[in-house]
Design a protein around this ligand. Structure first.
Ligand SMILES: Nc1ncnc2c1ncn2[C@@H]1O[C@H](COP(=O)(O)OP(=O)(O)OP(=O)(O)O)[C@@H](O)[C@H]1O
Ligand SMILES: [Mg+2]
Length: 267
């Protein structure tokens, strides 16, 4: 498991991560959400060992991040694939660098390119979304135990995004531990076993239904004829509905409602 305990990180005296703790177990997807500048990338970079922490500890299966690089596949937020290579060559080279035997590296690289529906042409000729898929394939190529993906679906079209979601769910089913950041709340709603809302510190965390109950957010009853919305306590819902003389729909609060409630004007 990845275990992050009471981690702090500052840049030039400004605290960016304040006392952050969390775990990622094998076979689950943990998702970090938060505003721009909220400290997600800084935190991910510490988990995969690119930055050191000022205080606190990070371990990956009991090892320091630097000693556990082989067990982590990483897609950083701002990295482009190398030009001058075909898509499959890029993934192949990353496989060889990561120690995959050469005979297996080709079949893995080609298989991933096919699975992610990327045309196998020169990297510089690919669209932005397809370039991201090259990075994702490169992260997956040595079949690491953990995946750390910093906004992996930014710039992907809806079909590609859904394909990646399916791949992540499949990988989770095969026991991978996945740590993900995103600005797409529907992505977190679809994928995340546990969500962390981060703005410098962790403001709220848990399974989505736990977040709802922690905030005791009311249910929303919508008058389908007028669009009028009513916010009703859970236990009041049956009584409220019995009084309705209009067509209605009852909604639980979405992750977006939770996010807005927690981040307030900061998010
Ligand atoms: N190398 C650095 N030197 C100085 N400040 C930095 C550095 N890296 C990040 N920061 C600052 O740390 C804060 C957190 O940045 P970070 O990139 O971790 O946020 P984020 O949550 O990933 O944001 P986004 O959603 O925009 O990707 C920001 O104020 C940023 O300007
Ligand atoms: Mg970021």
């Amino acid at each position: 498991m990845i275990r992050v305990e009471n981690v702090w990180k500052s840049f030039k005296g400004k605290v960016v991560n304040e006392d952050v703790s969390f775990e990622v177990y094998e076979g689950e997807i943990v998702t970090f959400l938060g505003p721009n500048g909220g400290g997600k990338t800084t935190l991910m970079r510490q988990v995969y060992g690119e930055l050191s922490s000022d205080r606190g500890t990070i371990s990956v299966d009991g090892l320091t991040p630097q000693d556990a690089l082989e067990s982590m596949g990483v897609v950083p937020q701002e990295v482009r694939p190398m030009d001058g290579l075909r898509a499959s060559e890029h993934v192949y080279i990353m496989a060889v660098i990561k120690g995959v035997p050469r005979d297996r590296a080709w079949s893995r690289a080609r298989g991933l390119i096919r699975k992610l529906s990327v045309e196998d042409k020169s990297v510089e000729e690919l669209s932005g979304g397809n370039k991201r898929k090259i990075l994702i394939a490169s992260a997956l190529v040595n079949d690491p135990r953990y995946l750390i993906l910093d906004e992996p679906t930014t710039g992907l079209d809806p079909k590609s995004r859904r394909e990646l979601w399916d791949i992540l769910v499949e990988l989770k089913g095969r026991g991978k531990g996945i740590l993900l950041t995103t600005h797409y709340l529907e992505e977190a709603e679809y994928l995340a076993d546990r969500v962390y809302l981060l703005n410098r510190r962790v403001l709220l965390s848990g399974r989505i239904w736990e977040l709802r109950s922690k905030l005791s957010l009311k249910y929303e009853v919508v008058n389908l004829m007028t669009g009028e919305r009513f916010h009703v306590e859970r236990k009041e819902v049956p009584h409220f509905l019995s009084q309705c003389d209009f067509e209605y729909e009852v909604r639980t609060r979405s992750l977006e409602d939770i996010y807005r409630e927690v981040m307030g004007s900061d998010g």
